[in-house]
Design a protein around this ligand. Structure first.
Ligand code: SF4
Ligand code: SF4
Length: 150
């Protein structure tokens, strides 16, 4: 593990509380996400969309259960190896590069986020994430998910 990854773990360490898998207006799915998750759960793509997705504007989000949780939550993420990009990226969102106060907003809703993290370190982690997953810099789906983080 790189020292950079260690530094990022020091400012975010998921407690697996599941709070982010409930509500928040839904988890957007890219076409790549749909391909990967449908293959992972061994369901044909169209059937997967029918069963596990709901439309949200021009895009799709993962269906939620009546209790508000993502249908793939069961004490942990049951599709962890292929979970959507927006789930992987949290909380290292581009919106924090725009305004550091967004880190504090996320810390207030996610117990894994260190409130007292130095903002320069947070920004370095976000940049490292974007460098590792170049797709993530083109469109802030993660930001859309947490609409109250502006
Ligand atoms: S709210 Fe934060 S700590 Fe809880 S499961 Fe989600 S990312 Fe992890
Ligand atoms: S895909 Fe996994 S991490 Fe993302 S909201 Fe659903 S259960 Fe949570």
């Amino acid at each position: 593990m790189t020292s950079e990854a260690n530094q990022c773990e020091q400012i975010f360490d998921c407690t697996r509380c599941g709070d982010c898998c409930r509500g928040f207006g839904g988890t957007y799915l890219s076409e790549k996400d749909i391909d990967a998750i449908s293959a992972y759960v061994s369901i044909e793509r169209d059937a997967f969309i029918e069963k596990f997705c709901v439309p949200s504007g021009s895009r799709r989000v993962i269906r939620q259960r009546p209790d508000g949780y993502c249908v793939f939550w069961n004490q942990l993420c049951t599709i962890h190896p292929v979970k959507p990009r927006m789930c992987r990226q949290w909380p290292f969102l581009e919106s924090v590069l725009v305004d550091g106060i967004n880190w504090q907003s996320m810390a207030s809703m996610c117990p894994g986020v260190r409130k007292d993290a130095a903002i320069d370190r947070v920004r370095d982690c976000i940049k490292a994430y974007i460098a590792a997953e170049p797709d993530s810099s083109s469109k802030s789906e993660s930001d859309d998910r947490h609409e109250d983080v502006q």
